[in-house]
Design a binder for this molecule. Structure first.
Ligand SMILES: CC(C)(COP(=O)(O)OP(=O)(O)OC[C@H]1O[C@@H](n2cnc3c(N)ncnc32)[C@H](O)[C@@H]1OP(=O)(O)O)[C@@H](O)C(=O)NCCC(=O)NCCS
Length: 144
């Protein structure tokens, strides 16, 4: 994706899809700036958790706040028992977001991906319904 219009089409497809993706747009001043999504595994009542934030809006704590909010929603209203995610170890911001959203590091998948000729480890995280909630205040969620 290289334009805002492409990004908006992509998020719109995800948000409207009635597939297993519970996608939540992060909006500031009526503009899309990021996304938090739970790709649901109904059989196991679990979800794969992922997020991104546009360059210009990074570093403000917005992804962490949105991730904490959506994780709490998924484990309560969403009735999931477990959320999980993984990030490349050379992407420490993603791990920081996960920890701020109450995820606990569960392990490292060694040399999981081949990127630019280099094998990269991936850290894995999980959050259970019974895990303590993080201290971040939830942000407003608007459904539909
Ligand atoms: C990872 C990503 C979502 C972080 O977004 P962000 O809006 O900058 O995150 P926040 O502002 O909410 O910051 C959350 C935490 O990350 C930390 N952080 C931000 N950038 C960092 C960096 N480059 N290195 C280490 N920590 C960093 C912040 O200090 C903060 O931690 P703290 O609250 O303990 O101080 C963003 O960089 C991104 O979209 N990357 C590309 C997509 C991606 O990697 N997605 C994750 C795959 S699941």
């Amino acid at each position: 994706m290289s334009t805002l219009a492409e990004a908006e089409r992509y998020v719109s497809r995800l948000v409207k899809s009635d597939s297993r993706h519970d996608a939540w747009a992060i909006v500031a001043d009526h503009a899309l700036v990021g996304l938090v999504c739970v790709s649901v595994d109904d059989e196991n009542r679990s979800g794969w958790f992922w997020y991104w934030m546009t360059d210009a809006a990074r570093g403000r704590g917005w992804t962490a706040a949105a991730a904490a909010t959506i994780a709490r929603w998924a484990l309560t209203t969403g009735e999931l028992a477990r959320l999980e995610l993984g990030h490349r170890v050379n992407n420490p911001a993603s791990g920081a977001v996960a920890r701020r959203a109450g995820f606990v590091k569960e392990g490292t998948e060694r040399e999981k991906f081949l990127v630019g000729g280099q094998r990269i480890d991936v850290d894995t995280y999980g959050r259970l319904r019974s895990d303590p909630s993080p201290s971040l205040d939830p942000i407003p969620m608007i459904d539909g």
